[in-house]
Structure formats: structure tokens, C-alpha cells
Design a protein around this ligand. Structure first.
Ligand SMILES: [Zn+2]
Length: 323
């Protein structure tokens, strides 16, 4: 095949969704023409902002706390099969979640857990505890086994996401309405899969710090995005890489100050404060104390609405014009 033909075919494969292998065979982006670049960028983009004038109960700001209960799956996915790393994953549902639920119960704060289906099966008693808590916490989809969707053929990503969706539908007794993709990855197929499964919202993209509508090739989708950010993720500050002994841990006070600064600005702007945390990280004693301090601080302000991602997404979607 001629080189130019091969190049065009590769671009088409990238734009219409295929494995990253095809993307790796593409020439570097500075050799593309502008329409090809624009088509790639426009495949999934941020659309209209969906912050309401006032949140339910007339609140000024919505606070959506989420916990990705990966448990052992994050380590299994990386090929860490020995008991030591797996026990680090076990800590989350075994210790972190019960400790967290006690704190949330004390302050009457609802949150959202994103749980891989395999983690839900490995820890049924923790799932029961989440579902029985009085705050009516939400559970959303987080992959089948925290798979690396960026490395999967499109059909495999679709099959695993569907399997996770079906698992939670049966376990919860209703369809889950929210998804956070494992590691926030997003392939050329992800949006189509999410839309086909009828999710109300996604929480994996970073295009804003306010809720927004996702656009697919420039067209509105009705899908609400509750954006995440590394600055609002506990992993950023507490990650520990054992093989390299790289430990980037910041002090709990420093993390508190960053989160408080983010919340203060969200409060001033009247938008959304969303945190991504992990029970095996923030579930530890000193870090949970930091989070409790933050909850108490936020609760000391008037007009703060603590809600699950589902409730925030419903309030955001109400901003869309009726079809
Ligand atoms: Zn995760």
C-alpha cells in the first residue's frame, strides 16, 4: 500500500475508534493536516456548563465526595499477584471503608463509591455496609476488574463494561446511573459504550471544574460530565511506588490546605467541589482525620449541599433544554 494511503487509513482508524496500537503507527501529529487534528480533538469535548443558578435546597455549592474502591484489582491489573501488594488492596474495603462510613454517618454526608465488579464480588460484606448506611450512598461502575481499557480492543472494552453494568444492576436491584472509567482512561469507543448503556453521567474527564454536557463530534449528547482532576485526587499526594521506593507523600496539613483552597474557590464561584479518593489511601487514620477536618470546615459555611454524584448529575441535567 502506498504511504499516503496507509497514512489516511491510519487516521481514519484513529478517528473512528480502534486500539491504541493503530494510533502508535500513526505519523507524529505535526505531519497531520488541520482537519485531521480537529476531528481527533472534537471526537469528545466539553459542551455547555450545567451549574444551576442554585443547587437543591438553595445551596451555593455542591460537594460530591467519591471513593474508588479498587481493592485488590488495581494490583492484580498491574501483575502484582503476591499477598503483600494484594493485602494493601484488601485494607481499603476491610478497614478504610468501615472507618469512613462511621465518619460519614457522624456528619450525615452521602458519597459515591465507584467499585470494579470484581471488587464488589471479593468484598460483599463491604458492599452491604455501604448500601445499608443511612446516608444512602451511591455505587457506580468502575470497570470489571479495573482493566486498562486503553490497551483493549474495542469489543473487549464493551464486553467488560457491559458485564460490570449487569453485575451492578443485579446487585443493586436497579441500573447504576454513573460511571468512572478505570484510571479515567477514555478510548475512541468509551463514549459510545457509556451512551449505549444509558448512563446519566460520567466522571472521568477533566475539561472543566464545573459540571458540563459532553459533546460527541460537536453534537450535544445529554450526558452529564462531573469532572475530576489530579489536584483533587488523594493518589497525587500520597502515592507510593514500592519498586522504586518513590514516596511522594505530602503532609496531611498540606493536602488539607490544597483541598480547602479548591473548595473556597468553588464556594465563591457557586459551582462544584468534587474529590476523588481511595479507601486504601484516605482510609488510613491520619488521612481520614484530615478529611473529617475538611468536612467540618465545609459544614461550617452556609449553603453547602453534600450529595451523591447521582443527585448532583440530576440537578445538572435539569439545566439542559427539554427535548
Ligand atoms: Zn480506580
Amino acid at each position: 500500500m502506498k504511504k499516503t494511503k496507509l497514512f489516511r487509513l491510519s487516521c481514519l482508524l484513529l478517528l473512528f475508534g480502534t486500539s491504541p496500537l493503530a494510533a502508535q503507527q500513526l505519523p507524529p501529529v505535526w505531519k497531520w493536516d488541520y482537519p485531521q487534528i480537529a476531528a481527533t480533538v472534537n471526537k469528545v469535548r466539553a459542551g455547555r456548563v450545567l451549574t444551576p443558578k442554585a443547587w437543591p435546597t438553595g445551596a451555593r455549592v455542591a460537594v460530591a465526595l467519591s471513593f474508588d474502591m479498587d481493592a485488590e484489582t488495581g494490583f492484580l491489573r498491574s501483575g502484582s499477584l503476591s499477598a503483600q501488594p494484594l493485602s494493601r488492596g484488601e485494607y481499603g474495603p476491610r478497614v478504610g471503608v468501615p472507618r469512613l462510613l462511621r465518619m460519614l454517618d457522624q456528619h450525615n454526608v452521602p458519597v459515591t463509591f465507584f467499585v470494579p465488579a470484581v471488587s464488589g464480588q471479593l468484598h460483599p460484606e463491604t458492599v452491604d455496609a455501604i448500601l445499608k448506611a443511612r446516608q444512602r450512598h451511591e455505587i457506580g461502575v468502575h470497570g470489571w476488574v479495573h482493566e486498562r481499557i486503553a490497551d483493549l480492543p474495542a469489543e473487549e472494552e464493551r464486553t467488560l463494561t457491559r458485564r460490570a453494568f449487569d453485575f451492578w444492576t443485579e446487585r443493586l436491584g436497579h441500573k447504576p446511573v454513573g460511571i468512572r472509567t478505570p484510571s479515567w482512561d477514555f478510548t475512541g469507543e468509551t463514549l459510545s459504550i457509556i451512551r449505549d448503556l444509558g448512563f446519566l453521567y460520567d466522571s472521568s474527564l477533566i475539561g472543566d471544574d464545573r459540571p458540563y454536557e459532553v459533546l460527541a463530534e460537536g453534537k450535544p449528547t445529554g450526558l452529564v460530565e462531573l469532572p475530576v482532576e489530579w489536584i483533587l485526587d488523594d493518589y497525587t499526594y500520597y502515592s507510593y511506588d514500592r519498586p522504586s521506593y518513590a514516596y511522594h507523600r505530602m503532609s496531611d496539613s498540606d493536602v488539607f490546605e490544597i483541598f480547602r483552597g479548591e473548595f473556597d474557590k468553588a464556594y465563591e464561584e457557586g459551582t462544584l467541589f468534587l474529590l476523588t479518593m481511595h479507601p486504601f489511601i484516605t482510609g488510613h487514620r491520619s488521612r481520614l482525620a484530615m478529611l473529617e477536618r475538611l468536612v467540618v470546615y465545609m459544614k461550617s459555611k452556609p449553603g453547602v449541599w453534600f450529595a451523591t454524584h447521582e443527585h448532583v448529575a440530576h440537578a445538572a441535567r435539569a439545566q439542559l433544554p427539554r427535548p
